[in-house]
Design a protein around this ligand. Structure first.
Ligand code: ARG
Length: 589
């Protein structure tokens, strides 16, 4: 189904063609003067330049050709050659009616669906998931949902950080902590079922890792020991593998729980370790292709290209200590994904600070023939900062754990709901559910309303307000429509044919029409904020409509039926937009 922008672009392009000018000049966009027009076309200016003609003359000709189109209430020439278009009420009503019938509420499917893999979240074993991974999870989840909604075949992969140096650190830290764990590590049989392992829980990992990481920074001998242990683990030492398995299990259970609480769920929970068995043959193959070089005891792959503005370091494939590195597992993962899912596009939703890492890995993958040039894409983002402008930390100065963040946000949501007198009629259980949804909406919308490249300040009070551009405001509007629909059902008012007459009805219908375009922009630019912006404007549009146009008490039955249908369609589209953002709405509040 085409939206009005699409249909009008076609009509205007045809008019340009009929005047012997390029159809590309007929592109229509939403008007930036809604008081004057719904849509505009500025193409006459460029067309005039190309044809060495007067732009106003061209625009006048196009206007002439479009006059009489039943979809247009008016078409006018303005300024140096702009074309202003106002859609007729009938065309708007028909379009709103079509959206009401459409299962995707106006979302346009992609022309050619692709297999897309979204690599996001990127949590690490033992390092508790912290706010640094929060944006990766929120944005990645949203992209996954957006791509899926538009018809692609999409898989989301957590790409668990479970194979690097931190595993060596943890193995020695655990051994130093408790001789029974040291014994498991050194046992040649690798006793994965040793009862002592049951005591190795999340609390211990959370304590051991920061300790070990801090010590490794200062103590070179400790660091070397951890490097050796990492290499031995990767070489398959049974006792280390037994410990490693326990670490990953404990971490994964906790992480999946926290992610789920945030409305983030992965299709694949593969990790760096998943591709370990591919690394040795991969290295042989890269050697055979002449792509590897020995450099100070390490194996590297050069990826710089002619014309590079600055020199990109090589990919470190095997360290001098004999370990596979972060980039090695990433390269092998490209290979693994090619054989398992063969994605046409891989989106790596990871912090902007890893841009170079990905550029190096991607180039290596293209050189090795593991992916088609351009099929790997890093979608970076800025940081979430504290009020001091630095990456967000807790008051104690540490990174905030995801779980603590969820607890803190939900506490705040409860408080706000009470203050606003919301959820008062809900049972204790339902109230908890509402508070959780408000918390998730606040966190996610605060993030997704910004272009992903922009950094933003963590300000829970602002995020949690029921007024302004916030997640809670959007939930509140959605719930208001739900309650209206319930009341309609109770009083026997049924939705019917949509008619557009009042200005607020026009505006709402125009907003409904704009969804497809917003989602397509978000898709093309890998930027969910276009959908967030649309959701906000739609909620505002509904609020204005509801204030200006009574629904259940409208004068005649046809208006009641029409306005109810507009409301129901708005709700459906709003819920789809929010779902793309990873936000769930409660039934009532
Ligand atoms: N675990 C990594 C980190 O914490 C992020 C992983 C991102 N994905 C990837 N394929 N490298 O920095």
């Amino acid at each position: 189904m085409t939206d009005l922008i699409g249909a009008l672009s076609e009509a205007v392009s045809a008019a340009f063609t009929a005047s012997g000018l390029g159809p590309e000049h007929g592109r229509v966009s939403a008007s930036d003067r809604p008081d004057l027009a719904d849509f505009q076309c500025n193409g006459a200016l460029a067309a005039a330049k190309a044809a060495r003609r007067n732009p106003r003359e061209i625009a006048a000709e196009v206007v002439q050709r479009l006059t009489g189109d039943p979809r247009l209430a008016s078409v006018e020439l303005a300024g140096p050659g702009f074309i202003n278009l106002r859609v007729s009420d009938g065309a708007l009503a028909a379009r709103a009616g079509a959206i009401a019938e459409d299962s995707t509420a106006g979302l346009t499917p992609v022309a050619a669906p692709r297999r897309v893999l979204v690599d996001y979240g990127g949590p690490n074993v033992a390092k508790p998931m912290h706010v640094g991974h929060l944006r990766a999870s929120i944005i990645g989840e949203s992209l996954k949902r957006l791509y899926r909604r538009r018809g692609d075949d999409v898989l989301g992969d957590a790409h668990f950080g479970d194979w690097g140096f931190q595993m060596g650190l943890l193995i020695i830290a655990a051994g130093d902590e408790d001789p029974r764990w040291a014994a498991v590590g050194e046992d040649p049989a690798g006793r994965a079922d040793d009862p002592a392992l049951a005591d190795l829980d999340l609390a211990i990992l959370d304590r051991l890792y920061p300790m070990a990481a801090a010590r490794a920074k200062e103590d070179a001998a400790y660091r070397d020991r951890a490097r050796r242990v990492t290499a031995e683990l990767q070489a398959g030492k049974p006792g280390y593998l037994a410990l490693w398995r326990r670490f990953t299990e404990v971490s994964q259970v906790a992480l999946e729980r926290d992610f789920h609480a945030l409305g983030v769920d992965f299709d694949l929970w593969k990790g760096e370790s998943t591709v370990d068995h591919l690394i040795a043959p991969m290295i042989e193959e890269l050697k055979a292709k002449g792509l590897l070089e020995v450099d100070q005891g390490a194996l590297i792959m050069r990826v710089s290209r002619q014309g590079d503005k600055r020199e990109l370091p090589p990919l470190l494939v095997v360290s001098s200590a004999g370990s596979a590195m972060y980039g090695t597992t990433d390269l092998a993962t490209v290979l693994d994904r090619k054989t398992s899912f063969d994605p046409q596009l891989v989106i790596y939703c990871v912090d902007q600070r890893q841009a170079d890492h990905f550029e190096i890995v991607f180039r290596a993958a293209y050189l090795a023939g593991y992916a088609i040039e351009g099929a790997l894409e890093h979608v970076g983002f800025g940081t979430m900062n504290g009020t001091d402008g630095k990456p967000f930390k807790t008051r104690a100065g540490g990174v905030l754990k995801l779980q603590d963040l969820i607890v803190m946000t939900t506490d705040k949501a409860r408080e706000r709901l009470h203050e606003a007198g919301l959820g008062a009629e809900a049972s204790a259980e339902e109230f908890e559910d509402i508070a959780r949804k408000v918390a998730v909406a606040a966190l996610k919308f605060a993030d997704l309303q910004n272009f992903r490249g922009t950094s933003y300040v963590f300000d829970l009070d602002r995020f949690m307000s029921f007024e302004g551009k916030t997640g809670p405001y959007l939930l509140y509007q959605a719930v208001r429509i739900k309650s209206l629909l319930r009341k309609a059902a109770e009083t026997g008012v049924a939705p019917g044919t949509i008619v557009v007459a009042e200005p607020a009805e026009r505006d709402l219908a125009l907003l409904l029409d704009a969804f497809g375009h917003a989602a397509a922009e978000a898709y093309d630019k890998r930027a969910p904020h276009f959908v967030a912006e649309h959701a906000y404007r739609l909620a505002q549009g509904f609020s204005k409509f509801y204030a200006a146009c009574p629904v259940l008490t409208a004068a005649d039955e046809a208006s009641r039926a029409s306005r109810l249908a507009l409301s129901a369609t708005t709700l459906r589209q709003l819920e789809i937009a929010l779902d793309i953002l990873g936000i769930d709405t409660p039934e009532r509040m």
